[in-house]
Design a protein around this ligand. Structure first.
Ligand SMILES: [Zn+2]
Length: 374
């Protein structure tokens, strides 16, 4: 059975269909559309938020932290922040797997807009050791340390410069809603897997431990905003704008600006877990009306690009043979449920997270995905 509207079918975790054959993820998209309207209403809401940010930024060097990866969404956020009269601090977490285009894009935009850049570079050996542990753990989340570390880096920079707002480049209208079970991440999960498979203490990859996270939210009062939720965000138009204005370069696909996420999304996940992230992304395009379902299907049947040289690079960096790597690929798939993590705590604290959501301290996708027993 497949959703009448999008590309999701019965194989997607936690899916259900209504009487009209529309899936719960399409209904969730409509719900987000109602909460975060775009057009005039969205723009008015965003301008209200910008006014609050400006008021808070008075007498400070910066108004807002903008997390940047060199990708399309975050590059556009820098452009948008300046256009709306804000003084952003660009913050980048370097997991040592950046593609050259990502680095060049960050430099091109921050130079042209005269924006300061705060970068935290992790130790490449430590990143490889964490990655190695996750491959042995046989879970899909081998790149989740990057997501956690970049979230922590945003907070660290915000705390350092007394900035109360962090902008994130997520857009449910173009990126979609990944189902629970496809991915999981939290700091305890990372630490426990690292320790179980031979690691000791993580030193250079910043982690969002519960204590630190609550300090940043409840004491420092740092809020998270996703400005793209309020905009009619047409990615193709934005790419053109970035190319023309900043000589920004397209890197061939969503999340492909980083070599590790490229390996993960174009090789590891589809081959080992039968997860094709494009289903999620293209379904979002259909739900948002950017593509017809037929267009999405014809894009989806195209093979995913894959540069085989990344396997050699990965084995070299991990100091393992190709056979060892293939033996990890052949391990029976596991999930976060097989390892200790914060999930039970998140579920227990759901009422507190509801309050934090209302105060804009956490995102709705965190609340929906992490604080529910799914
Ligand atoms: Zn659907």
């Amino acid at each position: 059975m497949e959703c009448k509207n999008c590309l999701y079918n019965i194989n997607i975790p936690a899916i259900n269909f209504d009487n009209e054959g529309i899936c719960n993820y399409c209904r969730q998209h409509n719900e987000l559309d109602n909460i975060y309207p775009f057009h005039e209403e969205g723009r008015t809401k965003l301008l209200q938020i910008v006014a609050e940010i400006k008021a808070d930024g008075k007498n400070k060097k910066y108004d807002v932290v903008v997390g940047v990866s060199g990708g399309c969404d975050s590059s556009y956020l820098l452009h948008l922040a300046v256009e709306l009269g804000l003084r952003p601090l660009a913050v980048h977490y370097d997991n040592t797997w950046n593609g050259t285009k990502a680095v060049e894009n960050i430099k091109a935009i921050t130079d042209k807009l005269n924006i300061d850049l705060y970068t935290h570079v992790a130790d490449n050996k430590e990143v490889c050791d964490i990655l190695h542990a996750f491959l042995k753990a046989s879970v899909p989340d081998i790149d989740c340390h990057t997501d956690i570390a970049l979230a922590a880096t945003h907070y660290i920079a915000a705390e350092k410069y007394n900035i109360k707002y962090i902008w994130e480049g997520h857009s449910f209208r173009t990126e979609g809603i990944s189902p629970p079970g496809w991915f999981y991440m939290d700091a305890k999960y990372i630490k426990k897997i690292f320790q179980k498979f031979g690691g000791k203490k993580i030193k250079t990859v910043p982690l969002l431990t519960l204590t630190k996270w609550f300090k940043w939210m409840l004491v420092d009062k740092i809020k998270k905003i996703r400005p793209l939720y309020y905009l009619d965000y047409n990615k193709e138009e934005v790419k053109e704008l970035l190319k023309n204005k900043y000589q920004w370069q397209w890197y061939g696909g969503h999340h492909m600006e980083n070599r590790l996420s490229y390996f993960c999304n174009n090789y590891y996940l589809p081959l080992k877990f039968k997860i094709d992230l494009r289903v999620c992304e293209f379904s979002a395009f259909v739900r948002s009306g950017y593509w017809s379902k037929q267009e999405a299907i014809s894009e989806l049947v195209k093979p995913k690009p894959f540069d085989e040289s990344i396997l050699t690079e990965l084995c070299n960096r991990l100091n393992i043979s190709l056979d060892t790597f293939l033996s990890y690929m052949a391990l029976p798939p596991k999930t976060y449920k097989n390892y200790p993590n914060y999930k039970r705590t998140f579920i227990l604290l759901r009422p507190l997270f509801w309050i934090l959501l209302k105060g804009k301290y956490i995102t709705k996708s965190f609340y929906d995905k992490f604080t529910k027993n799914n």
